[in-house]
Ligand binder design. Structure first.
Ligand code: TRP
Length: 353
């Protein structure tokens, strides 16, 4: 996909997503949803407003939700996965704290689901090397990788991601724009499998959420690897301190102007998201109060919003045995589903001896 076709794919996915939102409103239970995170660090406010609260919304509307911890996928752009245990536990804590309910939502790690991983083999046979080489998100990740050479996993992980999605026959995948090429490969694999062997998999849709572009405290993209995030697990004091240290600009009057004043506008947007208000109104309310007043407003808004999340997180932190059990139960449930799917795949392929 070239840049233009990625833009076109985004427009198509946006239109389709609006239709899907209508269908979800009418009958959320018709959807099996799969989303996931790489355990490469702590989840932060960008994740919260971009995807996490959307998962809780979909769960609460009655959709069946699967949340994947994509631990193998950590190894795409680095040789070893550091602090896996800590990050995986942190993810589960955050999921529980924001309101994902393990009675309704399956939380699992793909490394713990052998039959899911085995789907990678037939799926690899359904895609060509040029198709893998063309993936714009993978190309971008290769360009930014600090590794001396590209690993086989980097090139093929989108196919593994298809296994993440198709093992449970998810029909809806909430994603950001960068994941659209991976979802396209998943759709291609589902269709080709049906053509060659018969219908086993649905062709899943992307649900593109209008993820707000929050910048980090240094005024660049908020990202785990840049160390400029506000983690969900931060205390109220740490959060206030991080926000006080955030970059602004020299103009005193606060306005919402993302193109010309990205850092200030990102803080305004953060307050607006936390308060569920319009960013222009928030900016007008601060006006001549300047950056200090804006930061005070942001810190209070974020801390008020996160207070109940933090309280729940602290409770679960005192019961890590329960947290581990949630993951083990999720792994078990995912494994049962994956084994049933793999059995169907092997039957369809004539591999039952
Ligand atoms: N690639 C996703 C990310 O980097 C994580 C992921 C792995 C995923 N498997 C998935 C997302 C399946 C959606 C569906 O954030």
């Amino acid at each position: 996909m070239t840049t233009t076709t990625l833009a076109q794919a985004t427009t198509v996915a946006q239109r389709r997503s609006a239709e899907l939102e209508d269908l979800i409103d009418r009958d959320a239970a018709a959807f099996r949803i799969l989303t996931g995170d790489r355990p490469t660090g702590q989840l932060h406010l960008g994740h919260y407003f971009g995807t996490l609260r959307n998962r809780v919304r979909l769960q609460d509307l009655g959709a069946e939700v699967f949340v994947l911890i994509a631990d193998y996928q950590v190894l795409t752009d680095r040789d070893t996965a550091e602090h896996l245990d800590e990050y995986v536990t942190g993810l589960v804590l955050d999921y529980l704290a924001i309101g994902l309910d393990p009675a309704r939502t399956v939380i699992f790690a793909h490394s713990a689901v052998p039959a899911l991983n085995q789907l990678l083999l037939p799926f690899l046979s359904l895609v060509s090397v040029p198709e893998l080489n063309r993936n714009p998100t993978v190309k971008d990740e290769i360009a930014h990788s600090r590794q001396a050479s590209v690993s086989g996993l980097m090139l093929t992980y989108p196919v593994h991601q298809a296994a993440d999605i198709l093992f449970c026959r998810a029909n809806l995948v909430p994603v950001g724009q960068d994941q659209l090429p991976h979802l396209e490969i998943t759709r291609v694999i589902a269709r080709r499998f049906s053509e060659r062997y018969g219908p086993v998999f649905p062709v899943p849709d992307a649900l593109l959420s209008a993820a707000p572009l929050l910048l980090g405290t240094d005024g660049t993209k908020m990202s785990k690897s840049r160390g400029n995030t506000i983690p969900l697990s931060a205390t109220a004091d740490e959060t206030a301190r991080l926000i006080r240290g955030a970059q602004t600009d020299s103009e005193r009057h606060i306005s919402y102007d993302p193109a010309d004043r990205p850092a200030v506008s990102s803080l305004v947007l953060l307050a607006a998201l936390a308060l569920d208000r319009d960013p222009r109104e928030v900016a007008a309310g601060v006006g001549g109060g300047g950056a200090a007043a804006l930061k005070q407003l942001v810190a209070t808004a974020v801390n008020d919003l996160l207070a109940p999340v933090r309280a729940r997180r602290a409770e679960y932190e005192r019961d890590l045995g329960y947290v581990r059990q949630v993951l083990r139960d999720g792994n078990q449930r995912a494994s049962e589903i994956a084994a049933a799917t793999l059995a169907e795949v092997r039957t369809a392929m004539g591999m039952t001896y």
